[in-house]
Design a protein around this ligand. Structure first.
Ligand code: ADP
Length: 460
């Protein structure tokens, strides 16, 4: 400022001296007046330039000049730069924040004070069928038309969420959404929507499971209690007592089998996958399975049992838990025996599949299964023929156990069936769990290289 004043005075002094030299005092006065006018006009122009830039320009367009106005422009440019950087940082943070909300598995919708949609993420667009170009600014009530939501929104009590069907929900594939409104700011609301279909299904399954287990246990328990009462109250002969005791033993056995299967399932679910360095001989598994199967067939269809064939088409070892593998194999063989008629033929085999996997297959000539049941067979307690299952000691858990065992060993269960012609159940195990043998096992129950037809009679 001091420099500016000095310059002002110096210019006026110089012009005054020049005017004096040309035309004495009048010349000095006119010269200084002209110098003042020029100074203020020039200063005004420079100030105007800075003011115009401050009105419309950005930091990059700042006018370059010297003097006071140059300093003003420079300081303003620096302040503007800092502000622009701040805005850029805030924009970047907002972008990151929105990207994070976009990536969230929860649907997020921002509503203004009137309930109009200000912003929504991609998940909520799927959940409610929103369209960015069409639905921004629309009232939420016009787009989410479920009466439950309308009541919830109007009620104003947002302590709890509501559960309503999602936009993509169909009778075959229901989708359930938990929707929660959170008020914030001046009448604004944040809508959070979570897909709870799986949670609800798990809860339904848990309830069904408890109901099924109770039912399965209650039935033999009621029968047992009835027999105990009969034995206590009626004067029975020795033969009759023996008969009742035999029936009671059957019911107790039924409960024991059920509890054993439940424990097996819970062990399968609660333990880590079987390790890959414990090898089990397929020949030995088949041997145990064959003797169990033959005994069961003789018991159910005395005296000869059915036609059972155990085919040792592949000899090697499987990396897995012997008890689990045997349990899966026995369940499949036992099903084939229990559901096939007296003259039924059952073929049990291990074989190598083209892609290096091995397959344990059980084929029967039983009643077969209608296609609509096949996909549900591995559900717990799902039975096609309930009376046949119970008559023959079934628990409804066998195929659930087989599926679990197969999956825990990295494999799968395949079911092919034709009503009236028979069924084929195959447990496929991955190549990573398979080890071929150099020499065939000597203690195998069946010849290693050929199909062996056996009946229970032949082995009895
Ligand atoms: P269960 O103890 O009742 O046999 P599973 O889970 O082993 O229970 O089998 C489920 C249902 O699948 C059975 O109740 C039966 O209706 C059907 N099923 C299983 N294996 C066969 C088969 N080989 N032939 C016909 N139906 C079968």
């Amino acid at each position: 400022m001091l420099w500016r004043l000095t310059l002002f005075l110096l210019i006026h002094l110089a012009v005054g001296v020049a005017g004096w030299w040309l035309a004495n005092a009048a010349g000095a006065l006119v010269g200084m007046i002209i110098a003042s006018v020029c100074w203020f006009v020039l200063d005004g122009l420079r100030g105007h330039k800075v003011a115009r830039w401050l009105r419309d320009g950005s930091a990059a367009d700042a006018p370059r000049m010297h003097g006071l106005w140059g300093e003003v422009a420079d300081r303003a440019r620096r302040a503007l730069r800092l502000r622009e950087q701040g805005v850029r940082d805030a924009d970047a943070r907002l972008d990151e924040f929105l990207t994070a909300i976009q990536a969230s598995p929860i649907g997020v919708v921002l509503l203004d004070g009137e309930g109009r949609i200000e912003w929504f993420n991609a998940i909520s667009a799927l959940q409610f069928g929103f369209d960015t170009s069409r639905d921004l600014g629309q009232h939420i009530g016009n787009l989410v038309r479920d009466p439950l939501f309308a009541l919830y929104d109007a009620g104003g009590d947002f302590k709890h969420d509501i559960v309503m069907p999602g936009r993509q929900s169909t009778a075959q594939r229901p989708v359930r959404l938990s929707v929660h409104l959170h008020p914030y700011g001046k009448g604004r609301k944040l809508l959070l929507a979570r897909d709870v279909t799986a949670v609800e299904q798990a809860e339904v399954m848990r309830r069904d499971f408890v109901a099924n287990v109770s039912h399965e246990i209650r039935t033999p328990l009621t029968v047992l209690a009835g027999f105990v009462e009969t034995l206590q109250e009626l004067p029975l002969g020795a033969d009759e007592r023996a008969h009742y005791l035999m029936l009671m033993a059957q019911q107790a056995q039924r409960m024991q089998t059920l509890v054993n299967d439940l424990l097996t399932l819970s062990r399968l679910e609660g333990s880590p996958s079987p390790c890959t360095d414990q090898w089990t001989s397929v020949a030995q598994l088949l041997e145990s399975c064959a003797s169990e199967g033959q005994a069961l067939s003789r018991l159910l269809y005395p005296p000869a049992g059915q036609q059972l064939a155990f085919v040792d088409g592949w000899d090697g070892d499987i990396a897995g838990t012997r008890v689990e593998l045997l349990s899966a194999m026995s369940n499949l063989v036992s099903n084939a025996i229990r559901y096939s008629p007296t003259d039924g033929q059952i073929t049990v085999s291990w074989s190598l599949v083209d892609d290096g996997r091995v397959e344990f297959a059980v084929e029967d000539t039983g009643p077969g299964i209608a296609p609509e049941h096949v996909s549900r067979l591995t559900e717990r307690f799902y039975r096609v023929d309930s009376s046949r299952s119970r008559e023959t000691g079934g628990t409804g858990l066998g195929l659930a156990i087989v599926k679990h065992v197969a999956q825990r060993h990295g494999g799968e269960l395949r079911i092919d069936s034709q009503p009236g012609r028979g069924s084929r159940f195959a447990m496929l195990l991955p190549a990573s769990r398979v080890r071929a043998r150099a020499t065939p096992a000597l203690n195998s129950a069946v010849a290693p290289d050929q199909r062996v037809e056996t009946t229970s009679t032949a082995l009895s």
